[in-house]
Design a protein around this ligand. Structure first.
Ligand code: NI
Ligand code: MN
Length: 230
C-alpha cells in the first residue's frame, strides 16, 4: 500500500495512506505558495501541529465541510470543538491507533497562541506509523533539540523538517537534525513563503547528501511524491 505525499507549500501537506486522506497544517487561504484553494481539498483527518495562523489555517472550514476528524493537543482540540469541529485530543509523547495508523505527538520548540489570542498549549510534531509500517516524522515548527535522536531511534522513513530560519531551524541546524534523525528521506518545508525565510534549498540538499546517507527530496508546491517501497 503506497503512501502519497502532496506538498501545498509552506508547511501544508496532504498524505494518502491506507485509503485515508490526511491533511497536516492546512494553510491555504493567505498561503502565497499554495496552488489550490481550501475549497479544493478534501480530508478524512486533519493533523494540527500548533495554533499559529500559518498552521491551523483553514482547519475549521475544511473539517466542517468534509466532516473530518481533527487531531491536536487538548488545548487546540478544545478550541476547535467549541466551533463545532470533530476532534481527537492527544498530547506530547502520547500515541493512539487511529484507523490510518499509529500517531504519536512529539515535542517541538516553538510557540502556539491561537489566532484569537487563546492559549494553544504546547506546540507539537507528529510521528506517524502507517498501516504498512512506514514512519513519517512531521516536525512542525521547531528549533533543533537533542531529543530528535530519540525519534531517530524509531527508524524514520521520511522526515519533514523546517529549514527557513528566523521562526524555526535554519539550514545549518536542519542539517544537524538530519544527522540525529538519520531518516531515509528528508523533505524540507517552511521556506521561501516570505522573504524572511528565503533559502537556497538546492544548495542545502547537496549538503545533506554529501554529509549524510539521507536522500533529500525537494518538492514544488502542488507536487506529489510516492514513498518508494521497501
Ligand atoms: Ni509557528
Ligand atoms: Mn509557521
Amino acid at each position: 500500500m503506497s503512501d502519497v505525499l502532496t506538498y501545498y507549500g509552506h508547511a501544508t501537506w496532504g498524505l494518502e495512506t491506507g485509503g485515508y486522506r490526511l491533511l497536516v497544517d492546512p494553510f491555504f487561504s493567505g498561503n502565497p505558495l499554495s496552488p489550490v484553494k481550501a475549497e479544493d481539498v478534501t480530508a478524512d483527518y486533519i493533523l494540527v501541529t500548533h495554533g499559529h495562523g500559518d498552521h491551523i489555517g483553514d482547519t475549521v472550514g475544511i473539517a466542517k465541510r468534509c466532516d473530518a476528524l481533527v487531531i491536536a493537543v487538548s488545548e487546540i482540540a478544545g478550541w476547535l470543538g467549541k466551533q463545532g469541529v470533530k476532534v481527537h485530543a492527544q498530547h506530547l509523547g502520547g500515541g493512539f491507533h487511529h484507523p490510518f495508523g499509529y500517531l504519536k505527538m512529539t515535542l517541538a520548540l516553538h510557540g502556539s497562541i491561537l489566532p484569537d489570542g487563546s492559549y494553544g498549549g504546547n506546540p507539537a510534531g507528529f510521528l506517524l506509523t502507517t498501516l504498512g509500517g512506514d514512519k513519517f516524522y512531521f516536525a512542525g515548527d521547531t528549533g533543533l533539540f537533542g531529543d530528535m535522536r530519540l525519534i531517530g531511534e524509531e527508524g524514520v522513513d521520511v522526515a519533514i523538517l523546517p529549514i527557513g530560519d528566523n521562526f524555526t531551524m535554519g539550514p545549518d541546524d536542519a542539517l544537524r537534525a538530519v544527522k540525529m534523525l538519520s531518516p531515509k528521506h528528508i523533505i524540507p518545508m517552511h521556506y521561501n513563503t516570505w522573504d524572511l525565510i528565503a533559502q537556497d534549498v538546492q544548495v542545502w540538499a547537496v549538503r545533506v547528501e554529501a554529509e549524510t546517507d539521507t536522500r533529500a527530496v525537494i518538492l514544488q508546491p502542488g507536487e506529489q511524491w510516492t514513498l518508494p517501497e521497501g
